[in-house]
Design a protein around this ligand. Sequence first.
Ligand code: FAD
Length: 426
Amino acid sequence: MAYDYLDLDSMALELTDEHEALKQTLRRFAVENLRPAAVELDKMTPEEVIQEGSLFWETMKKMHRNGYHTAFIPEAFGGIGLDPMSFHILCEEFGYASIGFAVALGVDYFPTFFGTIVAAERPELQETIIKPFVEDMDCKLTGCWAITEPAHGSDILMSETPFFRDPKITHQVVGKKKGDEWIINGQKSAWVSCGPTASQAALFFGIDPSMGMAGGAIAIVDLTQEGVTKAKPLNKLGQRELPQGEIYFDNARIPDEWVICDQESYEEMTSLILGVANAGMATFALGGARAAFEEALTYSRERVQGGRPICEHQDVQAKLANMFIKVEASRQLSRAVMNYNMTSYPPRTEYSVTSKVFCTRTAFEVACDAMQIFGGYGLSKEYVIEKLFRDIRSTLIEDGSNESLSLVIANKILSEDLGYGTGAGW
Ligand SMILES: Cc1cc2nc3c(=O)[nH]c(=O)nc-3n(C[C@H](O)[C@H](O)[C@H](O)COP(=O)(O)OP(=O)(O)OC[C@H]3O[C@@H](n4cnc5c(N)ncnc54)[C@H](O)[C@@H]3O)c2cc1C
């Protein structure tokens, strides 16, 4: 297939007055609720984070009560259905306050989002899946994205590369059809975000091992049923406000109508979802980078060395300028890609992946520079830059390691015409 590279001039990327107003509302909500909760949860054990009535649950409930859990669910299904620019604003502002909560919200709607994809052919999903979630104000229904397995991290995400079709590499969670339902067995890895708290999952599992990873299916699965158990939540470096943990399936059941796709379209769907997830992850990282930049800017005006605020030293100024350039460039790229991919079919997954790799990489560079500007104090728990550094570091691996995602981009560059010339004709 021949494409043209993304032509930014053809896109309306300015914010309207409504977008500006939405930005202020979301920023206020995020700074007043997500940020303080994330700072407190960061100090707790993973078990305390997920306890009934914890700040994690209180904060998730606030998001549900404001309807933010439906930001990606179209209005036709009862959701807020934000337009691409508004959705980008939400992702940046929530990532700015807490990357962990931004991810928790991002996976919350995953199972229901899958329901909306096939709802035209299966109207019954409106009553069984979509409506109950959209109307849930008390977090009785929350979701997760269960894809990574203990033995398959990059393997399971690298659709459209040769690894994906190698029959020697197969899913650990497998499903077998029995009558009008599917029986599921196996284990998902400790990295499933909100695995310990979710009541439903968008589950990726194997059904035809002869096709390798491409022989999969995607289904919505009820995690409250007998046959599903969970391990204790993972203790980890960053995004500690985000609970993560293993999910075990022992003859768990999925009704046939909750299976969203089989091996016929599994690889295509995996690419599509990688595109959705990566476009969001890029923007969460942008938000985190902006937070790190702001902290460093303020500190550099206050900290005095050599008889003057350190922002008056040229090397610190160069760092601040580089951080600013990276934040601004990340915003433009992630906004253009999200706008394009939410309004075009088929979406260009390679651009979402590009945006994720670029924005997370530059976010980490910004976080490193910010920490350097703080000197020794940056390493102490006294300043939030230490938490931001840990949170942003995780994004280099989250939703696919940047190295393996770069292979997805390279595969696309080498196998398709992306609108670049041959370099001849000088
Ligand atoms: C904060 C966080 C949140 C997450 N949330 C979720 C979630 O909601 N749901 C979910 O299912 N998973 C989630 N994950 C899992 C995440 O998608 C995986 O961690 C990621 O895909 C990498 O897999 P891995 O950790 O198994 O590393 P591996 O795949 O084992 O990779 C290890 C190293 O080898 C390199 N590597 C691997 N394969 C290749 C290759 N073919 N060529 C070159 N280099 C390669 C990688 O770049 C990496 O450096 C999350 C992870 C994190 C950190």
